[in-house]
Design a protein around this ligand. Structure first.
Ligand code: KG4
Ligand code: ZN
Length: 334
């Protein structure tokens, strides 16, 4: 089965062609994305109105490019998978309407996909993974631990009580005057920094050891920056110390949850999974306890349409489809 995936939940417009014969096993024939970082950078964050307006311009060329680089025409596609939520509603609508338009014109079956399910199954794009596995989803909008028990059966074990980890990276980068998006800049800067230079308190949620909280770390950085010591500290040392705190606050509950779940595999996914220190520390901590840690290539960590095609594939392979009347849902739950 050849599936055309379409994703536009936030500021990236993506399209992909996935070839699959059974759930969880696929060949990525193409994966294209139109990134809007240059548009939103001037505002220090995503401007929803600009995101959706730019999706309107880029979505069809992106779909066309995905088909071309897969070496197929629309006539060879068997089904469409599209993100229907959660996300920015204006952004979601562009991808969803594009998918509906293609489905209406061609008669192809269409499946609406939950964006988080996409992130959860993204590690399967490149690796064979036995279920159940533990997935740590860390992005600009989400930070949560899920037990992936089967296709369509996902149990949330913990989540952030306030900011998402990516949001903390972006906000701290803004405080430090490093621009937007901040995750990669901090990651690069921290490579040369001293992780122990600045004491950043690690937050725990009382009575909920699998939950996360990142707003305190952000406040700690703001307070430190305003102090005399803050003004005298090298940005690379502050970046490394902040990053180390966030990484530790992610890794500790993850290892504990994996132990509790009794799984052998931990999957790391979402935009923050691109973080080099998080990848290294989770791999180390996992190896110490005998877990296999799987993280997708960077292009499948951040928002992409290949993971949406993967998440839609198990239903489409069963012959299921959604009505063309489905709507975009900004707060769609899993
Ligand atoms: O999954 P994603 O592309 O979009 C959603 O939020 O759904 O994730 C984007 C987030 C941003 O907050 C960005 O700063 C963060 O991922 N990010 C990183 C790195 N690369 C991207 N955070 C830390 N280290 C990185 N190398
Ligand atoms: Zn995402």
């Amino acid at each position: 089965m050849l599936i055309l995936g379409i994703e536009s939940s936030c500021d990236d417009a993506g399209a992909a062609v996935l070839e699959t014969t059974r759930p969880g096993v696929a060949i990525i024939r193409s994966n294209t994305v139109a990134n809007q970082d240059d548009i939103h950078r001037a505002y220090g964050g995503i401007v929803p109105e600009l995101a959706s307006r730019n999706h309107v311009i880029t979505i069809l060329p992106v779909v066309r490019r995905a088909l071309e680089s897969a070496g197929v025409t629309l006539a060879q596609i068997d089904a469409i998978a599209v993100t229907r939520g959660p996300g920015l509603v204006g952004s979601l609508l562009v991808g969803l309407m594009c998918a509906k338009g293609i489905a209406q014109a061609t008669g192809l079956p269409m499946a609406g996909v939950n964006h988080i399910e996409g992130h959860l199954l993204a590690p399967m794009l490149e690796h064979e993974i036995a279920m159940p596995y533990l997935a740590l989803v860390v992005s600009g909008g989400h930070t949560a631990l899920f037990a992936v028990e089967d296709f369509g059966r996902y149990r949330r074990l913990g989540a952030t009580r306030d900011d998402a980890a990516g949001e903390a990276f972006d906000k701290v980068a803004k405080l430090m005057g490093l621009g937007y998006p901040g995750g990669k800049v901090i990651d690069d800067l921290a490579r040369e920094g001293n992780r122990k230079q600045v004491k950043i308190p690690r937050a725990r949620v009382k009575g909920a050891p699998r939950d996360f909280s990142f707003s305190g770390v952000k406040t700690a950085v703001a307070t430190f920056l305003a102090s005399e010591a803050g003004r005298a500290t090298l940005p690379r040392d502050l970046a490394a110390s902040f990053q180390e705190a966030v990484v530790e606050m992610l890794v500790t509950p993850t290892i504990a949850a994996a132990r509790e779940l009794g799984t052998s595999t931990i999957a790391l996914t979402g935009g923050v999974a691109a973080n080099s220190r998080l990848r290294a520390r989770l791999a180390e901590a996992g190896a110490d306890e005998g877990f296999r840690v799987v993280a997708p290539s960077l292009k499948y960590c951040t928002d992409n349409a290949a993971m949406i095609a993967m998440a839609g594939s198990w239903r489409l392979l069963r012959g299921e489809r959604d009505a063309l009347s489905i709507d975009a849902e900004a707060n769609l739950s899993l």
